[in-house]
Write a protein that binds this ligand. Structure first.
Ligand SMILES: [Zn+2]
Length: 401
């Protein structure tokens, strides 16, 4: 086992990171021994990981972080850092290493204030480890102001600080920032490789692992959820029935309402799990008594938390709808493949009957129009059209005729 085991189907990226970790290790050793540092090091202070959702951007960053913190004695014997066993590797991978901070946001954007806090932290020397590592999972969500704050830190990093930014594509990151990062691109991992990791790591039975990997087309996180979460399977099954239910206006409106209700339920469940505790924690921190009045001057902080929770709710609902739209697109893509007799692998083999029915009762031109309707729905939501309106417009366009 090594730190790279969870990085699925990304051999080239893995090689580059392993080489950088080796040079980083030599760098730390040389500096502490006061030897001259070798030129042309493969290590650098700012990295940008891009790749489609589910390709393993943050997994790659975490594995790299672990390799940088590796303290295995084998390294001195020429072994590669990233053993996966030592304390440095292990705590980095499970998220408890004092010098590895992973920034994940459940909001639509990362603001100036949070970024300032991070930048301040990045100025510090590592507390116990060899490097101070900051992994930002959603660098595409930095506001422009936050990006400018970050830029300064990336331009003039502290000697032992490493930034690892993750984003879907280069275009999602401010040009000034991306030009200062070393860029690594992850591809969509092969279905076989995803199934393999589900079997090996999550103990999923092979048939279910293959079906989940195929259905999600190389998206590791979604494949895992589908293979291990009954609720996710029920959810997908409901979404894939939508194409059969849009025969008349009543069916269209009903299907739209259900898609929205499901997304709202997701947001509510998330809120129930997190918000209550978060609110109680903040109240306690501000010196409030359970059930009592809050001390003077704390209203602002409470309001700030409420706003944050509201934004998170919106985001969770959006993500849930987004997933449903992705699944619908996949369904019609399969229909189109059947209609055109294409040899590409069908993703949703478990609903082959429905695919056949729709493929036989419509034309490729209709299928293309339906795919466009799903894409238009996503675009409408990006423009902040009310979700129910956007989804209703979509289901109406999915009707035959
Ligand atoms: Zn190690």
């Amino acid at each position: 086992m090594t730190v790279w085991d969870d990085l699925v189907g990304q051999d080239r990226v893995r090689e580059q990171l392993a080489a950088a970790a080796k040079d980083a290790d030599a760098l730390v050793t040389a500096v502490s021994a006061r030897e001259p540092v070798e030129q042309g090091s493969k290590m650098t202070h700012a990295w940008l990981f891009t790749g489609p959702p589910g390709s393993g951007r943050s997994t790659a960053a975490r594995a790299f972080a672990a390799a940088l913190q590796c303290t295995s004695p084998d390294r001195a014997l020429g072994g590669e850092p990233g053993c996966g066993f030592c304390d440095g590797c292990h705590t980095s991978l499970i998220g408890t290493h004092a010098d590895v901070q992973v920034i994940r946001t459940d909001l639509l954007s990362i603001g100036v204030k949070e970024t300032r806090d991070l930048v301040r932290r990045a100025q510090l020397s590592p507390a116990v480890g060899r490097w101070q590592v900051i992994v930002m999972e959603d660098a595409d969500r930095l506001t422009e102001g936050a990006g400018n704050v970050l830029l300064k830190a990336v331009e003039e990093p502290a000697p032992r600080t490493v930034w690892m930014l993750c984003a879907p594509s280069l275009e999602d990151v401010l040009p000034t920032i991306r030009s200062r990062c070393r860029h690594l691109t992850l591809g969509t991992p092969p279905v076989e490789a995803v199934a393999d990791v589900l079997i090996r790591r999550d103990g999923v039975d092979p048939e279910r692992a293959h079906s989940a990997a195929r259905a999600t087309q190389g998206h590791i996180g979604r494949a895992r959820r589908l293979a291990t979460d009954e609720r996710a399977r029920a959810r997908r099954a409901a979404v894939l029935k939508v194409p059969l239910r849009v025969a008349d206006v009543g069916g269209c409106l009903k299907a739209a309402q259900e898609l929205i209700d499901t997304a709202t339920d997701d947001a509510k469940q998330m809120a129930d799990e997190v918000d209550v505790k978060e609110t109680e924690d903040l109240k306690a921190a501000l010196g409030g008594v359970a059930g009592g009045r809050m001390p003077r001057g704390t209203a602002g902080a409470m309001k700030e938390l409420e706003d944050k929770q509201k934004r998170r709710k919106t985001r969770t609902q959006r993500d849930s709808l987004d997933l449903a739209l992705t699944e619908l697109t996949g369904f019609y893509r399969d229909v189109l493949a059947l209609q055109l007799g294409s040899r590409i692998a069908i993703a949703n083999v478990d609903v082959q009957d429905s695919l056949d029915r729709i493929a036989e009762s419509s034309t490729p031109a209709q299928t293309l129009r339906r795919i466009e309707a799903v894409i238009a729905c996503r675009q409408a939501m990006d423009r902040n059209v009310a979700p129910l309106l956007a989804v209703e417009a979509m289901t109406m366009s999915l009707r035959s005729g």
